[in-house]
Design a binder for this molecule. Structure first.
Ligand SMILES: *[C@@H]1O[C@H](CO)[C@@H](O)[C@H](O)[C@H]1NC(C)=O
Ligand SMILES: *[C@@H]1O[C@H](CO)[C@@H](O)[C@H](O)[C@H]1NC(C)=O
Ligand SMILES: *[C@@H]1O[C@H](CO)[C@@H](O)[C@H](O)[C@H]1NC(C)=O
Length: 330
């Protein structure tokens, strides 16, 4: 949670909101007032889809030079912004932003210093922006807790890009649907507090075990990649992992080694459904998963033959099973 919002918890919250008439012509501003004298005001500035919102009359998509001084979020999505330069996101009112939405713009590239100065930025949406490479210094000085980079053209990502030099808060990172063939990392795991990582719908052919090792991940989504085998210790050093999604590999996940999941002592939920080539699901693979409670294996060849169904009970309409103490088996 952002520090700016903390006072709200202390106030006896009464909120009112209004639409401001001092907003920029192509934008819409909504101000929420809090507290007994409405002393705290937070403004959401919506400058998305300026073309449609100007009644179809063509406006060159514009980035406001200044914002109301109590601005907390800025939505610039669905415009035709393509060349963001340092200084463009800098004027009065920008410093207090906690949310910035640049999604659905043909940015393609984002250089260093374009975002610097947005000290309180917490959530940044860069999905559907055609990004092909990430500049290593693009996020320098920021302290994000949520970054959406999904639906772009990134083939190669270095996790070092997300070590920003600020004392980091835990980061949720979305990289789904990018065409990623590899992710790499040079810095030690301690510097990167990655908590949630969505790598679904990419072109990964192996679990990037070495890159992920030692990260404090709680949630890892590798579904719809091209991973065909899980070797021993594929998730080594991920002892904090709670959710693991390996659903519907496009390259046909066909074998899971004994000890593939070793060390996942906190894993609570695992989805390996939709992998029809998965023929051998030996009970050994569940050994040591002491915290496993929920498992989904519908659509695997051994749906009925493995030890799992005998130890788990079906619940819910979508194939999830309740697995009590499967980790203690045998
Ligand atoms: C939009 O940009 C074009 C080219 O940069 C310029 O010629 C035109 O006058 C601008 N239109 C408006 C409404 O600002
Ligand atoms: C980011 O923007 C896209 C497109 O505008 C939207 O679909 C998506 O939900 C947003 N991401 C988050 C995490 O809200
Ligand atoms: C991926 O990154 C590596 C190492 O930085 C580099 O050698 C390679 O050319 C990159 N590949 C692509 C497709 O960008």
């Amino acid at each position: 949670m952002n520090l700016l919002l903390l006072p709200l918890l202390l106030l006896n919250i009464s909120r009112t909101w209004c639409i401001r008439n001092d907003c920029l012509p192509v934008c819409r501003c909504h101000t929420l007032s809090y507290g007994p004298f409405e002393s705290l005001r937070l403004t959401h500035v919506d400058c998305s889809d300026q073309y449609s919102n100007s009644g179809g009359k063509w406006y060159n998509a514009s980035i406001p030079k200044y914002l109301p001084l109590d601005s907390i979020s800025l939505d610039l999505s669905s415009n035709r912004l393509n060349a963001l330069k340092p200084g463009m996101l800098h004027g009065p009112g920008y410093t207090t932003l906690t949310t910035l939405d640049l999604s659905r713009n043909p940015l393609e590239h984002l250089g260093p210093n374009v975002l610097s100065g947005l000290f309180y930025l917490d959530f940044l949406n860069l999905s559907h922006t055609g990004l092909q490479v990430l500049d290593l210094r693009m996020l320098q000085g920021l302290s994000l807790s949520d970054l959406d980079l999904s639906h772009n053209h990134l083939q190669n990502v270095s996790l070092d890009t997300f070590v920003t030099g600020r004392i980091g808060r835990p980061l949720n990172l979305r990289l789904s649907d990018n065409g990623l063939t590899s992710i790499i990392r040079h810095t030690g795991g301690t510097k990167l507090k990655l908590r949630f990582l969505d790598l679904s719908q990419n072109l990964l052919s192996v679990v990037p075990s070495h890159t992920l090792q030692g990260l404090p991940l709680r949630h890892l989504d590798l579904s719809e990649n091209f991973i065909s085998t899980l070797p021993p210790k594929a998730f080594d050093g991920l002892s904090e992992l709670i959710h693991l999604n390996l659903r519907a590999m496009r390259g046909q996940l066909s074998s899971i080694s004994h000890h593939a999941f070793s060390g996942l002592i906190n894993l609570h939920e695992m989805d390996i459904s939709g992998n029809p080539a998965l023929a051998v699901l030996s009970p050994d693979i569940f050994q040591g998963l002491h915290s496993l409670r929920e498992l989904r294996i519908t659509g695997t060849a051994h749906e009925t033959a493995s030890a799992a169904p005998t130890l788990c009970t079906e619940y819910g309409p979508d194939g999830w099973m309740d697995c009590g103490n499967i980790g203690d088996f045998p």
